[in-house]
Ligand binder design. Structure first.
Ligand SMILES: [Zn+2]
Length: 399
């Protein structure tokens, strides 16, 4: 009995060694093969360096787990984050998150795109998978990449400015223009705004007028550092004179400290109404109701909402609007996040997929300044780069 058992054991061991060496030879042969599987009855074994995962098969499809594939791609590409943008219009994903690869004569699958985040930034490539005649499942490495962000200056319109994210010393928006041609009363001649912000404002207020809402007053727009300083000092001295325990803190809640005000960017504006010319009652006006509902569609956000004062550290300001551009403003509307929360969520999630109300789909990818975005040769993408904080930019990809 002992002999039989040990013979059997030897045979099994030999078989294992044979399979292993076969595996190693195959792995060494094809440079482009990053992973493969062994067809066995009704299942595929997805061979990883550190273990085996099973692929299931039905009569019509091979089921490939998205999480398995993701883990594999992360490992092979030494990536901290992996995001797969699957061709879901081409391949179905079942309720267990498995991609259903139809078994056909073609045997090759263009699964979609994959995004890796590494220490140098993001890399994007296609996920091409093939099943060859010996039933090996393989994904090929990309041949070469092109760097697309190097030396590209980001758009500045979504920059977070607050007490913790101050503007750099000597900050100056060079694209300020005098406000003209807007359907609103301008409280001071010569008021200025950032050029892109003004264009968006014009379009927004034209639409409001078309909707019968036309009592807007532009109360305050761009302010220089020294103008902001005067405002702050005035409020600080007033609080101090009235015997406030902490005049600095109290003044900060109602007037931003110089260098921390969005007004200095030229992308923020205080809007009031002819009927409600005071900030304290503006929220009762139809102008406010219209802006609150529609401003997002033009790239604006109500910057200091009533329910976000803990996050913004600024009291409710129904009159203060900030241009951050689309599609970010649309994303803010859909998620209900204020600008501080938006930035936090991008920092946390690294890659966010967003379907806007108009049906357009976007990917938001956080990228540190100085990092790059590498695209597999032949891959084209509609993307822009925008600034979030002093350290972070955001890549916005329109799918
Ligand atoms: Zn303001």
């Amino acid at each position: 009995m002992r002999n039989v058992k040990s013979k059997k054991f030897t045979l099994i061991a030999a078989a294992i060694i044979l399979v292993l060496s076969f595996t190693i030879v195959l792995a060494a042969q094809g440079k482009d093969i990053t992973w493969f599987s062994i067809f066995e009855g009704n299942s595929y074994k997805l061979q990883l360096e550190n273990g085996i995962k099973k692929l299931e098969k039905t009569d019509t499809a091979i089921l490939l787990g998205t999480e398995d594939l993701k883990a594999l791609l992360a490992e092979k590409n030494k990536a901290a984050e992996v995001y797969m943008d699957l061709n879901t219009d081409k391949y179905n994903v079942d309720e267990k998150g498995r991609i259903m690869l139809p078994i056909s004569e073609e045997k090759s699958y263009d699964l979609g795109k994959v995004f890796f985040m590494g220490s140098n930034g993001w890399t994007a490539r296609n996920i091409d998978i093939a099943i060859d005649d010996s039933k090996y499942l393989s994904a090929t490495n990309a041949k070469s990449y092109q760097s697309v962000l190097k030396d590209q200056a980001p758009d500045y319109h979504s920059r977070l400015v607050n007490q913790d994210n101050t503007l750099p010393d000597g900050y100056n928006n060079e694209n300020l223009v005098t406000i003209k041609g807007v359907q609103a009363i301008i409280s001071n001649k010569g008021m200025r705004l950032d050029k892109v912000t003004l264009e968006a404002l014009k379009i927004m207020l034209d639409k409001a007028a078309a909707d019968g809402v036309k009592g807007f007053v532009l109360n305050s727009t761009y302010r220089s550092y020294s103008e902001q300083k005067n405002l702050f000092d005035y409020r600080f001295n007033e609080r101090k004179a009235s015997g406030a325990a902490n005049p600095y803190e109290e003044a900060s809640k109602v007037v931003a400290y110089p260098g921390t005000s969005e007004h200095q960017t030229g992308m923020a504006l205080d809007i009031l109404s002819v009927e409600y010319p005071k900030g304290s009652v503006f929220s009762q006006s139809k102008e406010y109701a219209w802006l609150k509902e529609n401003c997002w569609d033009y790239g604006f956000i109500p910057r200091y909402p009533e329910e976000k004062t803990e996050k913004t550290k600024i009291s409710f300001e129904p009159w203060h609007y900030r241009y951050i551009g689309k599609p970010l403003s649309l994303y803010a509307k859909q998620t209900g996040l204020c600008l501080e929360e938006l930035v936090e969520s991008f920092q946390k999630n690294k890659l966010t997929s967003f379907k806007a109300s108009d049906g357009d789909v976007y990917l938001f990818m956080l990228i540190k300044k100085g990092q790059d975005f590498m695209l597999e040769d032949g891959l084209t993408m509609d993307y822009t780069l925008t600034e979030l904080t002093e350290e972070d930019n955001l890549i916005v990809i329109k799918k």
